[in-house]
Each structure stands twice: as C-alpha cells, then as structure tokens.
Design a protein around this ligand. Structure first.
Ligand SMILES: [Zn+2]
Length: 490
C-alpha cells in the first residue's frame, strides 16, 4: 500500500467508523419488494411466513412511496393474475405515500405529501414493521421518483424544456423537489424504527432522452430539459453557456426529426450527430449538469439519512437502462457511487431484459446508429456492454437474456465498488410483465439467475419488482437457489 492509498483507506475507515457503517446489518440482504396491497389482500402474517418459507427472505423492501404501477398495486391488466392474492385487477390504483405523511417534514416544499387514497386507513409500515421484526426480518422503505401530474403543488417543481415550456417531470435542482425527498427521508427515519432506505429514479439526462437511448418510448428531443432558472444558475456557476446548449439540443431535434421524416443526412447519421457534439460541446456539458443535479440529490438524501440514523443503510435502485445503453451506463459509475451508497440494487432483470433490449436497439437504430442494420446494432451493443452471445434480435423478445448476463453484470458491479463499504444486492426479476407473445418467467430461469448472482459474488439479492405479480413456483425456485448458495439462515 502506498502513502496515498493508505491515507484514502484510513480516511474511508475513519468515515465508516463515524457513520457506524461497520454494522453487520449492512453485510447482507436476502430481500424482496412488496407493496401494501399484498398485505391487505392476503394478511400480513401470512405474506411474511410465505416469503420466509418459499423465498428464504430476511429483508422486506416495502414500497412506501410511488404513484407508479411498477412497485405498487396488484398485477397490471394485460398480464394474468398470479396464483395468490385477490383475483381482481385494481385499475383505479392511485398511489402516494402508503405510510402516514407527517406534515412537519414537508415545510420546505410545494409538493403535497399525499397519503395514498387506495388504502385510506392503512399505514403499511406501522402494520408490517413489528410483525417483520418479530420474525427477525428487516424492513427497508423503498421509494421512487414516480409522480402523478395532478399532485397539488408539483407544477412548481417541473422542469422547463428546450422550448421554454414546462415539462412533465420534476427538476432535481428545484428546491421543492429536493425538500420533498429530504422531507420524506426524514419522515420515514424519524417516524418509524425502519432498518434502512432505498430510493430509485428511472430517469436520464437530456442527451440520452433526445436520442431515445433506453427501452422506453424512443427519441424525444423536444421534451429535454432542464432550462429552469435553477438549472440556468447552476450552468452559470459552472461556466456553461446555456444558450449554446439550447442551440445544440435544437440541432439534435432537427437531426432526429429529419430522420423520422425519412431523410438520411448526406454524411450519415453518426457523423452528423458527432458534428453537433463538436460544434456544441455544451450538449454534453448539459448532460453532465443534469446528472449532477440528480447526484446532488442522492448525496443530500444520504447525508440527511445518516445524520438521523448513522448505522441504517441507504442505497439506490439502478435503472434497467444500465443493462442496454452504454450512454446511461457511463453515468452509473459504481466506484463514484460508493462515496454515498451503502448498497446498490443494480437491476438485472434477465427475462423482461430480452424484449426491453430489443426495444432499446430499435430506438437507437432510428437515431444514433441509423447507419447500421438492426442486427449490426445488436452485435455492437452486446460487445460494448461486454455480454456474451445473447439471442439474435428477432429471438430476443421470446428468449430473454441469459443467466450469463446476470453473472457478468454482478461481476462487473462487485468489481466496480471494489473494496469500498458498498454492498451489491442485484435486483433479480420474478414475473416482470412482458408482452403477449414475449418470454415469461419460469422456475428454471429464476433458479439460474439467482445462482449466477451468488456465484459472481453478490453480497445479497432483491427479488423484484413486487410480490403481487410473482408466481409462487417462481418464488420457490429463487428460495431453493438462495438456500443452496448458503446465503440464507432461513
Ligand atoms: Zn431545472
């Protein structure tokens, strides 16, 4: 060890000691994500007993705040209801805070802390926490950046897009947004003896959004942000010319709209894109600025959480786009994350990963990689994402991704955090909904993915996305693999 390493290691050790991070509670989680409706539908004791018995679970990642359907509510319509829970779709799902918001923590924000009206007399933490603790299980609050547009006061937190119009999502630099997340963090830790926190944001910066570099809805250059007064001030402070950034994004929009209309740039798609980047390097600076806004939020939440509860872990859900897009992946630097993360739930959904990867490939094949064929884009993506031979594009939606993908992603994540305190608890899927003729989860592929996770050195696991969409046989397969891996005392 040289002097610099010694100083860094000593400083990290001192920091960890101050924060109480040597606590054994951080070492491992055999977790599963569960939402309020499952406890109400099936009975809290019964759900907890089932999770221990079938899944060898020791930690509940309780969906405590979301307006989305990914982690809240029952199975979504269009996918069959699983073999447990109420056999009825909840189309009128609303979402919000599934515990009880305490008003004193939200004084610094315009965003109303709404109790989810789905279960008005029910507080999911108050119900689950004592029963879980009685069984020796831990409970981690799991909250995510998914709002409805009609939340009172949220309009005062929206981004401003490249055309100067309010966008549909909150700006991380807006104080109303920051103080909402800090308030919620404080509320959970001060109001309940929970065992930790996990937060997730499935969003990316303006450049990636413009070119459609995700498995979502495709290129959306007109909606990119953020050009609100808070972001303009941050740009000034960093010496970034916001007008030049705006012009660069408008040039990107013209390039993408032209290709959507069937025009092929004379010099090809890629060269034209690169020309915009070198002409307007502010485009990249704006992408970084946006990400710094998100990372500042993570850092502030982490600081707040540890001021209140030094020995309770706080970690982050890393969006599935990380598996498909090298652009987003470049911004998820696990080593950098380790400065403000006790654990990372890196999403490695192998089954829905097939159709999602196919959608990502079609998205970028219409913009940045329009010079390539879809099959060439697929081969290129597999190589730069460091995957083996996954299915060819036409088979991907029905084949899914393999256990080898899970193994490679786990290995990369464990190596990424290195010797830091940060634990890797991969998010492994069970029955994430896919389209009608697309691959469905089987016990064999769950078993293979869970085995691969532990063989690659993961420190824990989080079965995802929510118990209310999982088939019991698939959960049982996960439990079998966890027990065989010797990772659970259950
Ligand atoms: Zn902004």
């Amino acid at each position: 060890m040289n002097r610099r390493e010694f100083i860094e290691t000593s400083a990290a050790a001192a920091g960890a000691a101050i924060l109480g991070l040597q606590n054994q509670t951080l070492a491992r989680a055999i977790g599963i994500q569960v939402g309020a409706v499952s406890f109400l539908d099936e009975g809290t004791d019964k759900v907890l007993d089932t999770l221990v018995e079938l899944g060898a679970i020791d930690t509940i990642f309780l969906a405590t705040f979301t307006y989305g359907r990914g982690i809240g509510g029952r199975q979504v319509r269009g996918s069959p209801l699983p073999d447990h829970g109420k056999q009825e779709y909840d189309d009128n799902y609303h979402g919000g805070n599934f515990a009880t918001p305490h008003a004193q923590f939200y004084k610094g924000t315009s965003i109303a802390p709404q109790k989810a009206p789905d279960h008005p007399d029910y507080d999911v933490i108050a119900d689950v926490l004592p029963r879980a603790h009685k069984r020796g299980m831990k409970v981690i609050c799991w909250y995510e950046d998914v709002f409805r547009k009609d939340v009172p006061g949220i309009d005062k937190a929206f981004e401003v897009d490249v055309h100067g119009k309010p966008a549909a999502r909150v700006c991380y630099r807006n104080p109303n947004t920051l103080h909402f997340w800090l308030g919620l963090t404080e509320d959970y830790l001060r109001s309940y003896p929970v065992d930790g926190l996990m937060f997730g944001s499935e969003r990316q910066g303006p450049l990636n959004t413009a070119i459609g570099a995700s498995h979502g809805g495709g290129a959306s250059p007109a909606t990119v942000g953020c050009f609100c007064p808070h972001c303009l001030a941050a740009a000034r402070k960093d010496g970034i010319n916001a007008d030049r950034a705006r012009q660069g994004y408008l040039a990107l929009e013209k390039w993408i709209d032209g290709m959507k209309g069937g025009q092929r740039p004379v010099d090809g798609a890629f060269v034209t894109f690169w020309r915009i980047l070198v002409e307007y390097p502010e485009v990249l600076a704006w992408e970084r600025l946006w990400n710094e806004g998100l990372r500042d939020t993570y850092r502030a939440m982490y600081r707040t959480a540890h001021e209140i509860a030094p020995d309770k872990p706080m970690g982050w859900h890393i969006w599935h786009t990380n598996s498909f897009a090298p652009f987003y992946r470049a911004e998820q630097d696990y080593q950098a994350f380790s400065a403000y993360s006790d654990f990372l739930k890196v999403v490695m959904y192998h089954n829905s990963g097939g159709p999602r990867m196919a959608r990502y490939i079609h998205n970028v094949n219409a913009t940045l990689f329009a010079d390539l064929t879809p099959d060439q884009t697929t081969a290129f993506t597999y190589r730069i994402q460091q995957y083996g031979d996954e299915a060819p594009l036409d088979k991907l939606p029905t084949a899914g991704l393999s256990a080898d993908y899970v193994r490679r992603e786990t290995t990369r994540a464990v190596a990424g955090v290195g010797t830091s305190k940060t634990r890797i608890w991969p998010g492994i899927e069970i029955d994430v909904p896919t389209g009608e003729n697309e691959k469905k989860t089987t016990p064999e592929d769950v078993y293979g993915a869970v085995k691969a996770t532990f063989e690659a050195g993961a420190h824990g696991i989080i079965l995802s996305r929510k118990y209310s969409e999982m088939k019991l046989d698939n959960l049982r397969a996960a439990g079998r693999a966890i027990r065989e891996s010797g990772r659970s005392g259950r």
